[in-house]
Design a protein around this ligand. Structure first.
Ligand SMILES: C[S@@+](CC[C@H](N)C(=O)[O-])C[C@H]1O[C@@H](n2cnc3c(N)ncnc32)[C@H](O)[C@@H]1O
Length: 275
């Protein structure tokens, strides 16, 4: 692939998803895009770049971006955020008026493990939720992942990663070699496409946002923009969870780390922030 083709493909991916492809990602491009090239009879990445430059290539561009997303996920990933959520939810439920629906956003939900881990945490809390209803919205750029999340069916390998066996038995039904999320848990989550580069205000406000293991793929200005936007969706006692390798430090003053917690961020009090 010529440097010109690489720069064109990297520019297109960044513009459409925020994902930054550094010069050392040439090999990744080759391997991830190979099945698509074979299927469409495209000779190579230079030919693909040429096709993408032509008018009417929007669907192809979306496919390229989709192939370059990293969709790795697991149930109760990193553990700690879900332990924090378990303590936070009863407090939020008690602080909200009757009839309030607690809204939780899994903002790069991949195949749905994060959203269903949230749903299981809520279900396990039972009466501690003070009768408050919880609505979980899972969104992602990848249509393929959203389809999987919507199907709510996971392989033996997937349920073995991070999901305690008691929870597997309580919340899933075995279906051959696969495991299907029980309907009552499935009903707590809704999934729809959403690009984190877009304005999320159409999704409404949220009490809690999980935005984990996606900002790592973005450059600093994009991370700053996304984080500031997320802060704007939260009430003063709301929370944003980020991945273990992600932070708000140096990116926004609208969110601050929760005291003594890793990966948990709260809206800054207005007096505490200068911008
Ligand atoms: C590594 S997965 C993280 C899944 C889950 N949050 C977790 O921590 O297990 C990253 C997800 O971010 C999605 N993604 C990448 N860029 C995005 C964007 N601009 N808008 C929405 N989702 C995006 C990818 O499709 C992928 O499913």
């Amino acid at each position: 692939m010529t440097p010109d083709s690489f720069n064109y493909l990297a520019g297109l991916v960044k513009q459409r998803s925020g994902i930054v492809l550094t010069a050392d990602k040439g090999y990744m491009l080759e391997t991830r895009l190979a099945p698509m090239l074979r299927r469409d009879g495209i000779a190579g990445l230079d030919a693909l770049a040429l096709r993408l430059r032509a008018p009417g290539s929007t669907a192809l561009a979306a496919e390229v971006v989709e192939a370059l997303t990293t969709n790795e996920s697991s149930f109760f990933r990193d553990g700690k955020p879900f332990e924090h959520l378990k303590k936070l939810l009863p407090k939020l439920a008690a602080a909200r008026p009757a009839g309030h629906v607690i809204r939780i956003w899994s903002a790069a939900c991949s195949s749905g493990q994060e959203a269903y881990s949230i749903a299981m945490t809520v279900a396990e809390l039972g009466t501690a939720m003070a009768g408050k209803r919880v609505e979980i919205l899972g969104t992602d750029l990848s249509r393929e992942m959203l389809d999987r999340a919507q199907q709510a069916v996971f392989t033996q390998f997937e349920v073995q990663r991070g999901l305690p066996v008691q929870m597997l038995v309580r919340h899933f039904i075995q279906d051959g070699t696969r495991w299907r999320v029980k309907p009552e848990l499935r009903a707590m989550a809704r999934f729809q496409p959403f690009n984190l580069l877009d304005d999320p205000r159409s999704l409404g406000r949220f009490d809690i946002v999980f935005c984990r293991n996606v900002l790592i793929y973005f450059d600093a200005p994009t991370k700053s923009r996304v984080l500031a936007t997320l802060a704007g969706l939260l009430p003063p006692d709301g929370v944003v969870y980020l991945g273990g390798a992600e932070t708000v430090l140096g990116l926004t003053e609208r969110l601050v780390p929760a005291a003594g917690e890793r990966g948990v961020y709260e809206p800054a009090r207005p007096a505490a922030r200068s911008a």
